[in-house]
Design a protein around this ligand. Structure first.
Ligand SMILES: Nc1ncnc2c1ncn2[C@@H]1O[C@H](COP(=O)(O)OP(=O)(O)O)[C@@H](O)[C@H]1O
Ligand SMILES: [Mg+2]
Length: 420
């Protein structure tokens, strides 16, 4: 009889420290699949890393700077901070095509994705990290990248064998998360996430998302900088990366973790009960450099999402970054969704005593746990509702959205049930 054994895979975890442009080895990640099929992840910091005067933890709560062996069995044994640096739906599709083997493991995704991943981590099989990537796609390459993304989607839809060259595929920003086709490009001395429109989009997504980021700024939110560029006869949204900073010596990389990690939650429906703005505000107090400010900003984002019916506000669409100390990242991936129901709309995360209900009274119901007094919270909501109502259309038109497309999205803004 053949006895089943555990399968162990491991890799080194590299970190680009604050104010540095080249990575150092931070520790080792070991992923074990037991004979019963359970995945156990372990992480241990290297002694020489712990001895560095400038060492920083890869996760400020779950993986503090100690010499213990951390262990997890949740999320297939992948620690949240590592999962955040791993590709998501779009990137995984590309890697599955690239390495064409039957069972792609979590470690395969980490090791086969390029170095454009969010945050400051890297992964490899050598104890010494490779030199950092210095050059990225340019805006001028966008037409070719867009064509490659289109072709990939078309061929997949037709279940066709893939003709696209592997090198072409890998040029598409595979390590960044999200489902929408994207690439990372360099422009005006900065790195941008380029998000492509898809044939199945109901409106010009690039313009709509750009207009929402502008609207968020007008509402007083700290939103990512963006612009729309024309590529061939199509628009592409460029969102400036807030986790990278170009310097003469190379790129600074700010650490980044998603709200999913902060909430110790998973993407799966079974983990959804942990998706909550209120819990997120309570968790951020454990590590944010400015808890009160961040909690208030989170409250504003929750209100903004309710006012534009952004029902895709799941915890991967909120993040924290640390250039030096941890803070809520700028807002990104803001999309209006003109849901049919006029009376009741739910956000993706819980926002009050009535669960996910996107209504003023529900948003107010737990405001103290978001470090706001009811008066102030009420004033924020009323002011923002007015700004959204009065400005969304002007901003969308100015950004280039057609009258017809405005009609398609208008039902998303300050819906009737919000004030119920
Ligand atoms: N401006 C940015 N700077 C750094 N990381 C970003 C930025 N925008 C998005 N990201 C990261 O990339 C991921 C995918 O981007 P997102 O805009 O959410 O795409 P999608 O619409 O496909 O979900 C996000 O979950 C976030 O981790
Ligand atoms: Mg997203």
């Amino acid at each position: 009889m053949i006895s089943k054994k555990s399968i162990k895979n491991e890799c080194y975890v590299y970190m680009t420290l604050p104010e540095q442009v080249a990575p150092v080895t931070a520790g080792k990640f070991i992923l074990e699949t037991t004979p019963s099929g359970e995945n156990v992840g372990r992480f241990v910091y290297g002694k020489s890393y712990l001895a560095r005067f400038n060492a920083v933890p890869i996760d400020p709560v779950e993986l503090k700077l100690t010499d213990k062996v951390y262990e997890t069995t949740i999320m297939k044994g992948v620690f949240g901070a590592i999962r955040d640096a791993s590709p998501d739906y779009w990137g995984r599709r590309l890697i599955e095509r690239h390495i064409s083997k039957p069972n792609v493991s979590e470690l395969d995704y980490l090791l086969n994705s390029p170095d454009d991943r969010i945050g400051a981590l890297g992964f490899g099989l050598n104890q010494t990290p490779p030199a950092p990537k210095r050059t990225f796609n340019k805006v001028i390459d966008l037409e070719r990248l867009q064509q490659t993304a289109d072709e990939l989607i078309r061929e997949e839809a037709a279940q066709d064998s893939l003709h696209i060259q592997v090198e072409e595929l890998m040029l598409l920003g595979t390590s960044m998360g999200g489902a929408r086709p994207k690439a990372v490009v360099f422009s005006d001395n900065s790195l941008y996430v380029a998000k492509f429109n898809c044939a199945t989009d109901r409106w010009n997504n690039a313009i709509v998302e750009h207009a929402m980021l502008l609207l968020a700024s007008v509402c007083g939110l700290n939103a990512a900088e963006s612009k729309v560029v024309q590529v061939g006869d199509r628009d592409v949204l460029l969102v400036k990366r807030f986790d990278r900073e170009s310097t003469v010596a190379g790129y600074l990389r700010h650490r980044m973790i998603s709200a999913l990690t902060v909430l110790r939650a998973s993407d799966e429906t079974s983990g959804r009960d942990k998706w909550s703005y209120v819990s997120l505000a309570e968790e951020l107090r454990k590590f944010s450099a400015v808890p009160k400010e961040d909690a208030k900003e989170l409250f504003r984002r929750m209100v903004f999402n309710a006012l534009i019916s952004n029902t895709d506000d799941h915890p991967r669409n909120h993040a924290f970054i640390a250039k030096d100390r941890w803070r809520l990242s700028p807002a990104y991936d803001l999309t209006p969704n003109p849901v049919i129901s006029l009376e009741h709309r739910d956000l993706a995360m819980q926002c009050g005593q009535q669960g996910r209900f996107a209504s003023k009274s529900n948003l107010l119901s737990e405001c103290r746990r978001l470090m706001l007094e009811p008066d102030e919270a009420m004033a924020i909501i009323d002011t923002m509702a007015d700004v959204v109502k009065n400005s969304w259309y002007k901003l969308a038109r100015k950004a280039g959205l057609s009258e017809r497309e405005c009609e398609l999205i208008q039902g998303a803004f300050v819906y009737q049930g919000f004030f119920s």
